[in-house]
Design a protein around this ligand. Structure first.
Ligand SMILES: *[C@@H]1O[C@H](CO)[C@@H](O)[C@H](O)[C@H]1NC(C)=O
Ligand SMILES: *[C@@H]1O[C@H](CO)[C@@H](O)[C@H](O)[C@H]1NC(C)=O
Length: 344
């Protein structure tokens, strides 16, 4: 549930094509965040840059923490329809492993390089729990379009009064960060569009699972992995032959290494600062129930007894205080949602 003045949603679909995570990631993330909006980023493992470079790792964590959606764009950006099954699996495995290590997520969406796919690619992705994500509109920002030509693509969408549009841009282009993103955000917001992630638009989970990041070790490297455009199992590869990885990456749901678990503070009322006789109250125990301020009732009222546990504020045992659709704007309504599937 999102409370925007928009008449219709716009799915703003931002991804890296000839790219790893790259230099303009934070700038683009910040612009969407400042607009109270979210974009979707599909990352390669080893293309423009290596996903394990320490600055790339922190940039990806930054974007994720800001509530933007992250998906797979395969390891080396090879064209999947030209590959054998084990090579396709490997291209998916390696970037899933990186996202599991860096963010502690299992992506639910995979954007095939060049938008190139066939039934095999689709069923292998499905076997890994992923839907394919394509696009409706390509700004051509990575194909030599001028910024004016790319802006014309946005204008066409607005002039056609489309209800939804999935738009492709590339985080690796400096002018995308400095010219196209500001232009698009201004244009679409001024026309009442809501800029959302692909998962928000579809009303589905962006991830198959959310766990915890892992601790960096010497295996976090692009050495010994396919170079940009190359694949496993190729005796002629520049990086040398390497075996294909076809399994499922290690996924952590518990913090790695020694940790101190803070003791939860159980069953307390939460009062707005102005009035100690008012209490934060869940309107029911269902996912999506609004959280409101009401008069405090007698001690022990389950709809007003909150438990602070780590970064979560819980109620009814397994529900967490949550914002609607990850919105960050002032005035965003609060709700409760089952903690394990809480997205924000
Ligand atoms: C480039 O810009 C033109 C004109 O706005 C547009 O029709 C086209 O779809 C864009 N994309 C590509 C990949 O050329
Ligand atoms: C605080 O809330 C109580 C109960 O609704 C109300 O009677 C009282 O006037 C409020 N106090 C202030 C300072 O607003």
């Amino acid at each position: 549930m999102v409370f925007f003045r928009a008449a219709s949603p716009l799915l703003f679909f931002l991804l890296t094509r000839q790219s790893g995570p790259y230099d303009y990631l934070r700038s683009i993330s910040d612009q969407f965040t400042a607009a109270g909006s979210h974009a979707t980023f599909f990352f390669n493992g080893n293309n423009f840059a290596c996903i394990y470079d320490s600055n790339r790792v922190s940039d990806i964590q930054y974007v994720y923490a800001a509530g933007h959606m992250v998906g797979s764009h395969t390891w080396s950006h090879a064209d999947l329809v030209t590959l054998a099954t084990a090579q396709i699996q490997d291209g998916m495995y390696r970037v899933e492993e990186a996202l599991s290590r860096i963010l502690g997520i299992k992506p639910a969406f995979m954007r095939p390089p060049f938008g190139s796919y066939n039934d095999d690619v689709q069923s292998i992705a499905a076997g890994r729990g992923q839907s394919l994500a394509l696009w409706d509109w390509d700004t051509g920002d990575a194909d030599g379009n001028t910024t004016a030509q790319s802006e014309a693509v946005y204008n066409d969408i607005v002039n056609a009064r489309l209800k939804n549009a999935l738009i492709l841009e590339h985080e690796t282009e400096e002018t995308t960060a400095t010219i196209l993103v500001p232009y698009a955000i201004n244009l679409f917001k001024s026309k009442g569009y809501n800029l959302v992630t692909i998962a928000q638009c579809l009303g589905v989970d962006p991830y198959q699972a959310i766990g915890v990041p892992q601790t960096r070790d010497s295996s976090w490297t692009c050495d010994g992995t396919p170079d940009p455009g190359e694949v496993c199992g190729d005796p002629d590869a520049c990086g040398g032959f390497m075996a294909c990885e076809t399994g499922t990456p290690v996924f952590s749901t518990a913090p790695s290494g020694p940790t101190t678990t803070p003791t939860p503070t159980p069953n307390q009322y939460i009062h707005p600062s102005a009035n100690a006789s008012k209490c934060l109250t869940a309107s029911s125990n269902a996912d999506g129930a609004l959280v409101e301020v009401e008069d405090c009732t007698s001690a022990g009222s389950t709809s007003q007894s909150w438990t602070v546990s780590g970064s979560a504020i819980q109620i009814f045992g397994n529900k967490c205080l949550d914002v609607t659709n990850g919105a960050t704007a002032d005035g965003t309504k609060m709700q409760i949602w089952t903690c394990a599937t809480r997205k924000y």
